[in-house]
Design a protein around this ligand. Structure first.
Ligand SMILES: Cc1cc2nc3c(=O)[nH]c(=O)nc-3n(C[C@H](O)[C@H](O)[C@H](O)COP(=O)(O)OP(=O)(O)OC[C@H]3O[C@@H](n4cnc5c(N)ncnc54)[C@H](O)[C@@H]3O)c2cc1C
Length: 334
C-alpha cells in the first residue's frame, strides 16, 4: 500500500461499533465509506417513530463497567445521565439507578460519530472480493444486486456474528473463514421481542423502570421519562422488553400474538388501565451474543477484518472496546 496516498476503508454496518470505528479512523486521517443496510445509523441502538413519538427500540441506555468507557461517555456532548425510579415486577420500590443515554434519542450519538465519512444508507453489502495482484484498493465490495460499490484498501465488517460470517466467507480467503468459524462455534445469539406502547397521560404510572423476575418480561422502560423525549402532549411512551428465554421460544411467533401477550403482561403490572394510543412490535433476531475474548478479527495481508459486540463482550461496552482495539491495529498498519 502506498503510504503517501490517503488510505480508504469501507466499514460495513453503522451500529455503535461501526460508528465509533469510523470516528477513530477519520480522526487518524483515514478516508471512510460507511455502508448500512437500514435507513439510518444506530443498529441495535436505533430508535423508531410512531405518530409523533419516538422510542428507543434497542439498548435503552449505557451501563459502563470500566472507568475508561465511563470517561469516554462523560466526554460526549450528546450523552447525559438519567436518574430512574425503579420498582420490581411485584411493585416493590428498589434503589434508584443512574444510566448514561444519548439525547434526544439513542441513535443521535452514532449519527454524530460518523460525521466526515461517506455514508451510504439502505445499502446491504452482499460480497467482498480480494485481488491479491493489485497494489492499492485491492478489496472490492458489491451490494445485494451484484452492483460494484467501489475498491478499498481495507474492509471492516461490524455486523452481528450471524451476518458477519457469510460476508467473510464471500472473500473466499480460507484464513478469514477459519478465523470466523473458530470464533462462531463458541457464540450463541439470543433474540429479543420489544413492544412500544403509547399511553394516554396517566400520572399514576410513576416508575421509570420496572424489572426483576418474570416469566415473560425482562424490563419495562418509560421512554417518555428520559431526557428530551416528551411529546408535549403529556402521553407516556413505554418500551416493554421480553426476556431472552421467552423471546427465543417465541422467535417465530406471529407479531400480533406477541403484541397481545406483552401488552397484557405489562397492563397487569399497572394499578390503572390506561388508553393505548399506538403500538409497535419489533423482533431483534440477534439482540445479544455470548461473546468470546478475541476482541476483533484482522487479516493484515488482505486488510479485511471484523469487530462488534460478539467479540470482546456482549454489550455496548464490548462493541466500543472491540472497535477501539481494531482501529488501533488498522491505524498502525496503514
Ligand atoms: C432490545 C435490546 C436491548 C439491549 N440492551 C442493552 C443494554 O441495556 N446494555 C447494553 O450494553 N447493551 C444492550 N443491548 C446490546 C447492544 O445494543 C449491542 O451490544 C450493541 O448495540 C451492538 O453494536 P454493534 O455495532 O456491535 O452491532 P449492531 O448494532 O447490530 O450494528 C451492526 C450494523 O450492521 C448493519 N448490517 C448488518 N449486515 C449488513 C450488511 N450486509 N450490509 C450493510 N449493513 C449491515 C446492521 O443493520 C446494523 O446497523 C441491547 C440490545 C437489544 C436489541
Amino acid at each position: 500500500m502506498n503510504s503517501i496516498k490517503q488510505p480508504h476503508i469501507a466499514v460495513i454496518g453503522a451500529g455503535f461499533s461501526g460508528a465509533y470505528l469510523t470516528k477513530l479512523l477519520i480522526d487518524a486521517g483515514i478516508r471512510v465509506s460507511l455502508f448500512e443496510k437500514s435507513r439510518g445509523t444506530g443498529g441495535r441502538l436505533s430508535s423508531c417513530s410512531l405518530d409523533n413519538h419516538s422510542a428507543d427500540l434497542g439498548a435503552p441506555f449505557y451501563t459502563p463497567t470500566t472507568p475508561a468507557f465511563k470517561k469516554w461517555l462523560d466526554q460526549q456532548p450528546d450523552i447525559a445521565t438519567w436518574n430512574t425510579k425503579v420498582i420490581d415486577f411485584s411493585g416493590k420500590t428498589l434503589p434508584s439507578e443512574t444510566f448514561h443515554l444519548a439525547i434526544p434519542k439513542q441513535s443521535s450519538l452514532t449519527r454524530r460519530l460518523i460525521q466526515g465519512a461517506h455514508f451510504a444508507p439502505s445499502t446491504r453489502i452482499a460480497k467482498i472480493s480480494h485481488n491479491a495482484n493489485k497494489q492499492d484498493h485491492k478489496n472490492s465490495i458489491y451490494d445485494n444486486d451484484g452492483l460494484l460499490l467501489g475498491h478499498f484498501d481495507g474492509v471492516i465488517i461490524t455486523a452481528p456474528a450471524a451476518q458477519a460470517g457469510p460476508l467473510l466467507n464471500t472473500t473466499e480467503i480460507p484464513r478469514l473463514a477459519t478465523a470466523y468459524s473458530n470464533i462462531a462455534n463458541q457464540i450463541t445469539s439470543q433474540a429479543s421481542w420489544v413492544q412500544v406502547l403509547v399511553l394516554k397521560s396517566s400520572d399514576r404510572i410513576t416508575p421509570d423502570l420496572i424489572k426483576g423476575e418474570h416469566k415473560l418480561l425482562f424490563r419495562c422502560i418509560k421512554n417518555s421519562s428520559k431526557l428530551n423525549r416528551t411529546d408535549g402532549l403529556g402521553n407516556d411512551v413505554w418500551v416493554i422488553e421480553a426476556n431472552s428465554e421467552w423471546s427465543e421460544l417465541n422467535k417465530n411467533s406471529d407479531p400480533e400474538n406477541v403484541r397481545k401477550q406483552l401488552t397484557e403482561a405489562f397492563l397487569k403490572l399497572l394499578p390503572i388501565q390506561p388508553e393505548i394510543l399506538a403500538t409497535r412490535t419489533h423482533r431483534w433476531l440477534y439482540a445479544r451474543h455470548e461473546a468470546v475474548d478475541e476482541e476483533f478479527i484482522w487479516d493484515s495481508e488482505t486488510c479485511i477484518g471484523a469487530c462488534g459486540d460478539w467479540l470482546a463482550a456482549h454489550h455496548l461496552e464490548g462493541a466500543w472496546h472491540s472497535a477501539k482495539m481494531l482501529a488501533k491495529t488498522v491505524i498502525n498498519k496503514l
